[in-house]
Design a binder for this molecule. Sequence first.
Ligand SMILES: [Zn+2]
Ligand SMILES: [Zn+2]
Length: 1014
Amino acid sequence: MFTSLPDKPDHPSIELELLETWEREGTFEKLREQNRGGPKWSFVDGPVTANRMSLGVHTAWGRTLKDVFQRYKALRGFDQRYQNGFDCQGLWIEVGVERELGLNSKREIEDYGLEEFARRCREVVVKSSDALTRGSIRLGQWMDWGRDYFTFSDTNIEYIWKFLSIVHERGWLYMGHRSTEWCPRCGTSLSQHELTQAGVYQERADPSLFVRFPLLDREDESIVVWTTTPWTLPANVAAAVHPGEEYGRRENGEWVAVKRFPDETFVERAAGSELVGLRYRGPFDDLAPGAAVEHRVIPWDDVTMDQGTGIVHIAPGCGGEDFELSRVHDLPVITPVDESGRFYDDFGWLHGVSTTEAADQIVGRLGETGFLVESGLYTHAYPHCWRCDTPLIFRLSDDWFISVEAIRPTLLEENAKVHWVPEYMGKRMDDWLRNMGDWNISRRRYYGLPLPFYPCSCGHLNVISSKAELERRAVEGIDQLEELRRPWIDRVPIRCAQCDEPVTRIPEVGDVWLDAGIVPFATLGWENDTWVDEGYGTGAARGLTKADLPDHAYWETWFPADWVSEMREQIRLWFYSQFFMSVALVGHSPYKRVLAYEKMLDEHGREMHASWGNTIPAEEAFAQMGADVMRWQYCAQPPDRNLWFGFGPAHEIKRKLLTFWNSVRFLVDYSNIEGFEPSWDRFEPEVELRPLDRWLVERTRLLVVAAEEAYDATLTVEVVRAFEAFVDDVSNWYIRRSRRRFYSFDEAAFRTLWFALVQSLRVIAPIMPFLADHLWRNLVQDGPASVHLAGFPEPAAADEALLDEIAEVRRVVELGRQARSTSQLKHRQPLRRLVVAGASHVAHGHADEIADELRVKAVEFGDVQSSELRVKPNLPLLGPKLGPALREVRERLARGEFEELDGGRFQVDGHVLEPEEVLVERVGLDGWAVASEAGLTVALDTELDDDLRLEARLFDRIHEVNVLRRESGLAITDRIKLWLPDAELVARYADRLAQETLAVSVEVGELRIEKGSR
Ligand SMILES: [Zn+2]
Ligand SMILES: [Zn+2]
């Protein structure tokens, strides 16, 4: 006996129950045991930042995809690692702790104490990793929980040190002095790839200023510049013109580019090159830094003529390109603001003022001194700090870089070998690799990888490559070194390798993407001599994980990854950093295949923001839609489009899943009634099958083949589509067509349906692990205990001819239904005949099924004058073509005097009309309802007679009685006694009434039923 199923599945309760069952039975461990020694499939997990106290629906998307493919590969017998990872350092963590502690600046962190701060950061990671683990388990993700990697482990850090020392040996490491994007709140520079993250560029209104700089060499003349960053004006040293463009002088003496102001009249014109070299008075020469500068006009070919005045204000301390120009033209560099974005003391009245606060004061002052031409507001996309949302500024800073020039060609070659899905993601990576600048790896922060750089005053740069080397060369402080982390490591000076003097570490920490990028080496034991059990949990990770530190042979086995998957923005982040590090260390890509996917938005297509109230905590989604429905929503999404996630789409998915549920329920109910007990040993339906059964067997094969292809292409959306089409075929064709065979024990029908449903559970198990296993455990009682232990069905080529045949029959039926709905005839009204035109001969053999499905007495194949072709001129095209002849053509078309040619063309009155020149409509003639699609036309004869009307009443009554049966709470097998008021109906159709309603007697009387006996 199967367990009866309720009307609909209660996803959350099914899921919670299965989580316990899996735990109790050790299902995942059994699966791993079963696959041990099988072929290897290497997946490397991109770490999730451990700063949130619950799983988000965004994160659940990626985790679902990872789980789906690991589960699929496990069904195919692949041995896998299942190691989850947590990202544990960097600004994400720090900023959270700062908020919690109410700290607002770096000074406040230092006053609070770096040791305590580090401990608070670790606490966040401990709590968050615990919460994320719980959320992931609830999602159904099978991972080797408890053996996760944590990027703040000393082991991970040591591996990065090793990478950095190798990079240094190659001469790629250098300290650069340049103007870079800087977050004044976080007090650190950001690297190019950090600016590519979602949400960095936001619309913002800034002051728009036109400012005149009076020329010293020409009385009453000035040049006019445009800027949106007033705070940079006190750092102005030059103004750039395009040497080849024409500039003009207004009557009031102001020079601007002519192209920018084409309607103005100019009293003098000159090429930009003629203005080069002119000296001018700076806008803030009353402040010390400006007073010391000789401002002049310089040439610059990159000056554009699409905004501003065609003359660009240059402040090398506040802009990347400006800084480059300062090198070319030997310009002085003024750095106006400190790490927190406040003016230095020598800026007089501006000292201590932030860049934003300074704007108003600067505009006011420019007005007073006569420099201001015009001020307004300008809205543009402006970069913000990806973590704290503060608008970024440009600031001159000393940062550590890895030069990318030497390795760029290899990076490009290696990327070309990676299989990217969707393909354009690989192109994006290629673009990035071609255009990226040197990697800025230093951050002026606290909770991060300590850069092992010890520059000595003798000129030697010491780069430490391991903890052992640090211990060997330490002058003091090794005893107090709790972790390779600030502040402890800052108390360990070393001896300079060149001069033997004590030397201290630079205070900077590393870019977090180093932490995640080293993962394919640090977690797989690259170049490690001996395997250390539980050896990865070092430093801050001690006690958090039982992950081993494997040996080099293990790395050889599992590197490179067969597959990785993350969101698109990771192209320039994790996909990039591990790629770069891997190509640098071993010369090739760390992954063979990538699945990248677009963004998640809310169900109306808006970004999700806590402040807009449209975010969905995963907990809420688990409780309301269930993990399977979430997973379905993620998997039904093509990766090249944004996912609109929400409860609305979830509702739609539940509706679709209900069709599947009802098919299983149908089998369960009738199996229990008829005593059908399948056995796993006789899985294939080997009894004598009817054509429809054979079709379902082939249809199931097609599902297996299509799903296998889709899984292998890492396109879950295609798996979902294949499954949905299959469910529709099972429910709306096989079960509809075979229903009666289940009312008595027709073994072939039971066995075929059972086989098809069980196979489909194995196919869909990776995507919907809970519902699939729940139903499996009911339907398969003597086979593998879980669908996840049952393996993927063996793919076999399906009988295409048979599948095409039924697909065509289904198309005819579908068109027949459409025709019926246009006729306004109710579905229960039988009709005399259906004419099908354009069907292949194979459909002819299915006339009975088509007749039955559409309730028609006869199906004819061939043409019938059932519809009329109406052709009208497409006037905007035909008018110009035909001129005066149009009128005659139009009238002939209206009278039907035309000839249909091939390819949708028509001939009228000697003119050939192309398909786009006419509007074609096929209309049913009186007495016919017509539907047509792709060469197939069906026509329903809609004429009714008394017999047909009486039969319609029969179907109405059967329906009414069945509703009554249900309302009376009768079981589907209960017999009844039936009374009906229609004497004619009872006289003519008593037998059919009895049969359809399970009545033991049918008599004339007021409509009622009574329970009868068999
Ligand atoms: Zn910031
Ligand atoms: Zn030295």
